[in-house]
Design a protein around this ligand. Structure first.
Ligand code: HEC
Length: 117
């Protein structure tokens, strides 16, 4: 079901706006997902990020957000539909989660790099 949706996603989304492509929408949504932007913790392209370093009981510790550009679609859905320590709960629709996955998906990045050359 989720996979079917991902396939149909670009067509579904086009109904929403005549002016931006699905990938443009997805990249904007990643930075402004009705709440704090994903990139602030997970990095511009989901590569993961060190959020803070701190000392706890004399020991140096760090708080990082994991990379999210290399996980399966089902793990991605699962994570966004459950409570995660250190991450806000967003209550996104399936469509929105699929958009974010599309944006972070390595194949999309490859295509983007290819266009630059
Ligand atoms: C305040 C920082 C913060 C923000 C903002 C944030 N996350 Fe996270 N996210 C985390 C942390 C920390 C974890 C690791 C939680 C854990 O290990 O249990 C995480 C875990 C995840 C995971 C699971 C990764 C895995 O390997 O299982 C996914 C997927 C994810 N986040 C996606 C998102 C998306 C998409 C957004 C934006 C809608 C977002 N996150 C916004 C901090 C954040």
């Amino acid at each position: 079901m989720q996979y079917l949706f991902l396939l149909l996603f670009p067509f579904v989304l086009f109904g929403r706006s005549d002016f931006i492509t699905p990938l443009e929408y997805a990249s904007q949504f990643y930075k402004n997902p009705r709440g704090i932007g994903c990139q602030l913790c997970h990095g511009e392209h989901g590569e993961g990020k060190l959020i803070a370093r701190y000392k706890h009981k004399g020991k140096q510790r760090s708080f990082t957000a994991p990379r999210i550009d290399n996980i399966s679609l089902s793990a991605f859905f699962e994570a966004l539909n459950s409570r995660k320590d250190g991450m806000p709960r967003y209550y996104l629709t399936e469509k929105e989660i699929a958009a974010l996955y599309l944006y972070l998906h390595p194949q999309y990045k490859k295509r983007k790099n290819a266009r630059k050359n």
